[in-house]
Write a new protein. Sequence first.
Length: 61
Amino acid sequence: MLETFPKEKKVPKHSKLTPDSCQQELKSPNLQSKKGDISKTFPKKEGRKKFQLKTYENLPI
């Protein structure tokens, strides 16, 4: 999942990152296949949101 984001596009800690903005990322056309994978792993919406937040927290900054 992490290789989906380019290394130069780092997310600063002070950026307004909400579960909603994470969902917007998932809806991008180029991430459709990734979204499918996440939907299988986390069938419930809440689970997907938690997964997305964890993914952003673990990005090297």
